[in-house]
Design a protein around this ligand. Sequence first.
Ligand code: ATP
Length: 317
Amino acid sequence: MTQTTHQFGPAATASPDVPLAVSVHGLRVTYGDFEAVRGIDLDVRRGEIFALLGTNGAGKTTTLEVLEGFGARSGGTVSVLGLDPATQRYELKQRMGVQLQEGGFIEELTVLESLQLWQKLVNRVDRPERLLERFELGSKRNTQVGKLSGGEKRRLDLALAVWGSPDLVILDEPTTGLDPESRRRTWDAIQELQEAGRTVVLTTHYLEEAEALADRVAIMHQGIVAVRGTLAEIVSAQPASFSAAVPAGAPPLPALVGEPVFTGEHLQVHTAELQRDLTTFLGWAADHGVALRDLRAAPASLADIYHAVRMQQEDSR
Ligand code: ATP
């Protein structure tokens, strides 16, 4: 099996004069006989928000754990804020905030007690009150952590990660399980970190989250980085689609670049020439007096991108 890194968009390696917060070369991680990360390179510039996306089991959390100093690597070099997390975890901890996929809280402590404990453990200065307000946990200050909802726990976890505005914040799926309003507020908090000059590395399963936040992304699949670049570059390299309900009895469709697929009256066309095909299609509807319903045009979704990544990797085998 070959291990090729495919690029839809331009390579996004940082230029030598941009200071790097994270620099990873040839990272490999094995669990027993299984190689979960198979020789990846990542460069995250200081002050940027970088998103790691990918299919389930792609190796995102495994990669973050190495950056955080929690996971051991079997190969490659890793520099985080100029330090090696494998040997300099204590120094790194002073400058890095981490939100794990599962928070490691003491369930019996209240929210306020958790923040006060953090105040003693972390050498960065911050105020529990600021974080209670920022993450809307004020009304829960005296609630035991074990009695918080999933979304409230997630917000407390994030509050601890951003405590004292560390140079680098690593967030593993920061908004999974949050309602839309809490998600929006979490995005605000992440953007505030960037405005303060901090670097953020996060994983997400939401395209709109990466779109809203990330300067650059890397998409992982089966232990390799399959695609990297800005999300706009990656999305625009994939076919877009349009769809509509076409009433029964309409005349035959005109010739289109994309393949028309009907499910009952519902037409969907994936096309590399969205503007051209849409113009032809709407011209056809106007000429024949066809009343279209539910007309929509959309760029490639994350599912489309993952599908393309899978296809490319299968082709390379
Ligand atoms: P998801 O999006 O589902 O959270 P992920 O990209 O974060 O996935 P990882 O959690 O890094 O993926 O897992 C990568 C692979 O390594 C998976 O196949 C997983 O089952 C395996 N794996 C992770 N941790 C361990 C472990 N401690 N022991 C053995 N295998 C593991």
